[in-house]
Design a protein around this ligand. Structure first.
Ligand SMILES: Cc1cc2nc3c(=O)[nH]c(=O)nc-3n(C[C@H](O)[C@H](O)[C@H](O)COP(=O)(O)OP(=O)(O)OC[C@H]3O[C@@H](n4cnc5c(N)ncnc54)[C@H](O)[C@@H]3O)c2cc1C
Length: 469
């Protein structure tokens, strides 16, 4: 089944990082083995982005159905058939997986691909055991990804994780989502659109705490307006127990408890370290992830790691970039000057909540605000937002007074995750705001909001050193 005993590069994991790495390694002429213990595509395809995005689409269609009559469409939508929506999520996973497999067949020509065998486990610094065989490689790349954390509290076994949702055939009528980062907020938003009574519990003082404070506040207010109960600043979860056919969540340091038919944990991510036997390879870990340096090398100089397993970014686009960099570094025989460093400064990302949010670069809190202007434009100035009946949201650009480049961009509103890429491209190219303001954006589009905000930034830069609109 595995044609050779020795390879230039052995890759553990066939998710976004592993597949991107394999393609790059083949381009560099290396002999490559990819070992995937489960299904190609990793968490992204089989457990994360794809099913979440499918349900977000269902939620958005359901919301839009509320506006049929305003646009002259006759007929009412009764509600959501959760079983069919979940079936559609599984269908999406299957078609995207097939798509990956087809792409893999062409892109990975010449790569030895082992799927559904494992887990791969290190036997020594350059040896891995897999399915009763020991494989040697000159270099290894660990792309084993991660899995959802669970809170170590009494009754935690009563909680679901996001992974459990995809296998359900129906949904309960109420849910408590514990954790209000990206995954928790997306699930809360989707499930509320599906008609569930949703409570969102968060330890931090605000939801989406990694995002700009304006993004958090706006999404929080939108959630409240949609009937989602948002509870921030909780002292933690003390325990959980069965109650009235559902689950009761008791908070730490508080007399409060919350009850719902189901509880979902969305409390963070750990590296999938368990099966790798990293000690045998001399690979050290920290905070539940594989420790790497800026060149993505682990504490064993012949073993690199990329993607979620190193705990840096937890995004597909970052996993793929890291994988390519790690392969180039691992296979480089010429030495130090050619080593590439991972760079995560410009990473557009967002969430498919309703409304969407998206960000790139620095938040207002992170920026040196004395040397910047902050241009904030509400979505309601945008003709397209008015035409489509989606006037809620804003675009915020944080722009350097020194060279007029964008330091950070934040968008809340319809198509935010698409619009943010203009700001990201401008940042990558180092464009001054005047160049963005001069682009003839197609009319009427949501992306044109970036142009409007750019011209607002120009106005602020030209004026006295005041801050925002
Ligand atoms: C609910 C949810 C929604 C998300 N939405 C988005 C989104 O919209 N956009 C975005 O950019 N990111 C999103 N993410 C994050 C994204 O899924 C991950 O960042 C991405 O999948 C990481 O890729 P990876 O290759 O590093 O790891 P993974 O995708 O986790 O792949 C690792 C692979 O390694 C395999 N493996 C592990 N151990 C072994 C072993 N010992 N031997 C052999 N194989 C092994 C696993 O089976 C797995 O297939 C989401 C995540 C979740 C949970």
């Amino acid at each position: 089944m595995i044609p050779r005993d020795e390879y230039d590069l052995g890759i553990i994991g066939g998710g976004p990082a592993g597949l991107a790495a394999a393609i790059r390694a083949r381009e560099l002429g290396a002999s490559v083995l990819v070992i995937e213990q489960d299904r190609l595509g990793g968490v992204c395809v089989n457990d994360g982005c794809v099913p979440t995005r499918t349900l977000a689409r269902a939620a958005r269609l359901r919301r839009d159905a509320n506006h049929f009559a305003e646009f002259g469409i006759i007929g009412e939508v009764q509600g959501i058939d959760a079983a069919r929506a979940l079936e559609r999520a599984r269908h999406s996973m299957a078609i995207v997986r097939d798509n990956k497999a087809a792409a893999a067949e062409s892109g990975l020509a010449g790569v030895d691909l082992v799927v559904g065998l494992g887990p791969a486990s290190f036997r020594g610094p350059r040896q891995v055991d897999i399915g009763g065989r020991t494989i040697e490689a000159r270099k290894f790349l660990i792309c084993a990804g991660g899995h959802a954390r669970r809170l170590p509290v009494p009754g935690a076994e009563l909680a679901l994780s996001h992974s459990d949702i995809w296998t359900l055939t129906g949904l309960p009528d109420s849910v408590i989502v514990v954790g209000a980062a990206s995954t928790g907020c997306q699930l809360a938003s989707i499930l509320a659109a599906f008609g569930l009574r949703v409570t969102l519990l968060e330890v931090a003082g605000r939801i989406l705490r990694e995002e700009d404070a304006d993004v958090s506040a706006t999404i929080s207010a939108e959630f409240a307006g949609r009937g989602i109960e948002v509870v921030t600043g909780i002292g933690g979860v003390e325990s959980m127990q069965p109650e009235n056919g559902g689950v009761s969540v008791k908070l730490s340091g508080s007399p409060d408890s919350y009850e719902a038919a189901a509880v979902i944990f969305a409390v963070g991510w750990s590296g999938s370290l368990e099966s790798l036997n990293l000690t045998a390879a001399g690979v050290e870990t920290e905070r539940g992830f594989v420790r790497v340096d800026d060149e993505l090398r682990t504490t064993n100089p012949d073993i690199y790691a990329a993607g979620d397993i190193d705990g840096h970014m937890m995004l597909v686009q970052s996993a793929e970039i890291e994988a390519r960099i790690a392969v180039e570094n691992a296979l480089d025989s010429t030495g130090q000057p050619h080593l590439r460093s991972k760079a995560h400064q410009i990473v557009p990302h967002g969430g498919f909540t309703d409304p969407d949010y998206a960000s790139v670069g620095l938040t207002e809190e992170q920026a040196d605000i004395e040397n910047a202007v902050v241009a904030k434009v509400p979505y309601e100035v945008l003709d397209r937002a008015l035409i489509d009946g989606r006037p809620d949201g804003f675009v915020k650009l944080i722009v350097s007074r020194q060279d007029h480049s964008i330091l950070g961009a934040h968008v809340v509103g319809e198509q935010a995750v698409e619009a943010i890429h203009i700001a990201a491209a401008a940042m990558s190219a180092g464009l001054p705001i005047e160049t963005i303001g001069a682009i003839q954006f197609a009319y009427p589009t949501f992306t044109a909001s970036i142009g409007i905000a750019a011209r607002e930034a120009e106005r602020l830069l030209a004026g006295p050193s005041s801050k925002t609109a």
